[in-house]
Design a protein around this ligand. Structure first.
Ligand code: NDP
Length: 293
């Protein structure tokens, strides 16, 4: 059996298309342009690529994009002052502080200083609490993108066994909450999990968010299971060039899975599409306008 490839790139383009239509309607009917501010501290090369890509796609769907690039030694007080300014700026509906931050900055403090209504990454403690209690919140973009692909592929997820490998605050934990919200039976695995292979073999849905290149081999995958690969790892090939791979061994997993997301072209593009969707949602909520589904 060869798995159906879940084309995150194509699905993300569809999502962006819908966002662009809504943005146009907001402009025409309400003279409202959603605005996203991205704050980058330092010069981490991967973060710079993400921020550029986010800015470009924000503009492409017709939204306002603002980038704040700060020196690596920016003080916490200066960063908090900028966030305060953006919180009060009515033309900005979404604020994203690119992680990771340089070590001298307290990530929790910084994230929790963002107005929860503008927290389009969904990392503010209020949004985490709302998500955990099943209330309307801002949902973290990467897990939201994964959930959308799973719903698109399966329709209902109710009653399915899901295993999330990884328990980070930005991917693993919110992913588990979302799957629970869709009535999956959820297991969260991590570096201390015993018999990980056996745990994964039970799963109808496997979400791998570990950060270890090609860690999950095909013989861990139940025949016909759906595999969502969140990992983005750059590895060196035999010829000295580098390439991106996920957290699952694609070649062997593809032979057993029913469906699988590729890397690149799976979860990555959906993450940015969901960021745009969250910014649109935030703009609608801030202005008392019915939000898109
Ligand atoms: P973290 O490093 O924060 O978390 C990794 C998790 O994996 C931890 O919970 C850790 O367990 C667990 N883990 C580590 N080693 C093992 C192991 N041998 N067996 C089982 N579990 C293990 O990573 P993130 O959640 O931030 O990111 C995960 C991956 O997803 C990365 O490759 C990252 O680049 C990618 N990513 C992709 C995004 C996208 O848009 N596609 C967005 C965000 C992340 P423990 O807690 O016990 O240490």
């Amino acid at each position: 059996m060869t798995a159906q490839v879940i084309d995150g790139k194509a699905f993300a383009a569809e999502v962006r298309g819908k966002v662009a239509e809504h943005v146009k309607r907001l402009k025409d009917k309400h003279d409202l342009v959603p605005g996203l501010a991205v704050v980058l501290v330092g010069e981490d090369p991967a973060s710079q690529v993400y921020v550029r890509s986010k800015g470009k796609q924000t503009t492409e769907v017709g939204m306002k994009s603002v980038e704040h690039k700060l020196d690596v030694d920016t003080s916490e007080a200066d960063l908090l002052a900028l966030i305060d300014k953006l919180n009060k700026d009515e033309s900005i509906h979404g604020i994203l502080v690119q992680l990771p931050l340089p070590k001298h900055l307290d990530e929790d403090l910084v994230i929790n200083s963002i107005d929860p209504a503008k927290d389009v990454d969904g990392f503010h403690i209020s949004n985490v609490g709302l998500l955990g209690t099943g209330q309307k919140s801002m949902v973290p973009c990467t897990p939201l993108g994964c959930l959308m692909m799973l719903r698109e592929h399966h329709g209902s997820l109710s009653g399915m066994d899901a295993v999330v490998i990884g328990r980070s605050n930005i991917v693993g934990k919110p992913m588990a909450q979302l799957l629970l919200g869709d009535s999956c039976t959820v297991t969260i695995a991590h570096s201390r999990t015993k018999d990980l292979a056996d745990v994964v073999r039970r799963a109808d849905i496997v979400v791998a968010a570990v950060g270890r290149p090609e860690m999950v081999p095909g013989d861990w995958i139940k025949e016909g299971a759906t595999v969502i690969d969140v990992g983005i790892n750059r590895i060196e090939k035999d010829d000295g060039k580098t390439k991106l791979v996920g957290d699952v061994d694609y070649a062997s997993c593809e032979e057993r899975a029913g469906a699988i997301t590729p890397v690149p072209g799976g979860v990555g593009p959906m993450t940015i599409a969901c960021l745009l969707a969250n910014t649109l949602t935030a703009a609608c909520r801030a202005n008392g306008i019915e939000e898109p589904e």
